[in-house]
Design a protein around this ligand. Structure first.
Ligand SMILES: NC(=O)c1ccc[n+]([C@@H]2O[C@H](COP(=O)([O-])OP(=O)(O)OC[C@H]3O[C@@H](n4cnc5c(N)ncnc54)[C@H](OP(=O)(O)O)[C@@H]3O)[C@@H](O)[C@H]2O)c1
Length: 273
């Protein structure tokens, strides 16, 4: 691949990807951000930082769009001419901004891939869903898989609208697990455990449960749950309480609400034409 990797926006998600790319041996990274602190942070990672988006994209083969969704149009429109001439691959991590809007704002000549990562990407344990229009070819897709593979695992979705559900499940998902762990810690403290001990137990249990469920040959989640739940035992008593409070229904409502918000935000950004 000729040309470097450029980032428009040098915030949290950009830095996670820069770290991953550098660890994977990509040394030609240029990050543009108007904020001097963000540039200084990027420079400490070992990437080149600039205040000029135009300078960053000059000669780039792949450009990661890593600004906030509402900042994307302002960042892209002034770049339409150089992007139209060079036609690099645009990879957007901006939640809710569809390929059509990105195409319109960038002059319509670059291939566009959308990506929905999550914050465990910061420690290279993220999971990302990717979407590209059907005409985007296998080589381009492989380049994006290589990029996102540096911060975790990734997979393709066939419909762009699926990214709203992905945003609701795995994009926002870390917060759901943090909340559940916070609740476990509080419950542990209420039973007299020290906070540090309760925290260690909650985190270790969450991590262990996830690893057990993801282990090769592991049974499905319901079977794993039943394996912990002896008839008449402690787990059963706790799960009865969660069922009485309709935890499953509540989770469905919560994730559905997140999806609806993602759709809503996308509609607002689309109107901004
Ligand atoms: N963090 C997550 O969990 C997560 C998960 C999935 C997707 N995403 C997506 O990733 C994107 C970035 O999120 P983030 O958390 O990394 O945001 P962030 O920390 O706010 O980073 C965005 C950076 O871009 C800079 N910027 C603003 N306008 C710019 C412009 N015109 N040109 C170049 N840079 C500009 C911002 O500077 P100022 O601060 O001065 O505005 C900021 O430093 C968002 O679109 C978000 O939807 C984030």
């Amino acid at each position: 691949m000729s040309g470097h990797t450029a980032f428009i926006g040098g915030g949290n998600m950009a830095r996670a990807l820069v770290r991953g790319l550098l660890a994977a041996g990509d040394s030609g990274i240029v990050v543009a951000d108007p904020d001097a602190d963000a540039r200084a942070h990027v420079a400490t990672l070992g990437a080149r930082a600039t205040g000029s988006n135009r300078e960053a994209v000059e000669g780039a083969a792949l450009i990661v769009l890593a600004v906030k969704p509402q900042q994307l149009r302002t960042a892209l429109e002034p770049l339409a001419q150089p992007l139209g001439a060079a036609r690099p691959l645009l990879v957007s991590v901006a939640a809710g901004v569809d390929c059509a809007s990105i195409g319109r704002w960038s002059g319509g000549l670059c291939p566009v891939v959308r990506c929905m990562p999550n914050t465990p990407a910061l420690i290279r344990a993220g999971i990302s869903a990717l979407y590209a229009a059907p005409e985007v070819g296998a080589d381009t897709r492989a380049r994006v898989e290589a990029l996102m593979g540096t911060v975790g695992t990734c997979f393709w979705v066939a419909e762009e609208s699926a990214l709203d559900a992905v945003t609701a499940l795995s994009g926002s998902g870390p917060a759901y697990f943090f909340l559940f762990m916070e609740a476990l810690v509080a419950a542990g403290e209420a039973m007299g455990l020290e906070r540090a001990v309760a925290t260690r137990l909650a985190l270790g249990t969450c991590q262990g449960a996830a690893r057990l469920a993801a282990a090769p040959g592991a049974p499905d989640l319901a079977t794993l749950r039943r394996q912990v739940t002896s008839p008449g035992g402690t787990t059963e008593r706790a799960l009865d309480v969660l069922a009485a409070g309709d935890l499953t229904g509540l989770v469905q409502m919560a994730v559905q609400a997140a999806r609806e918000r993602s759709v809503e935000l996308g509609e607002v950004l689309k109107q901004d034409t």
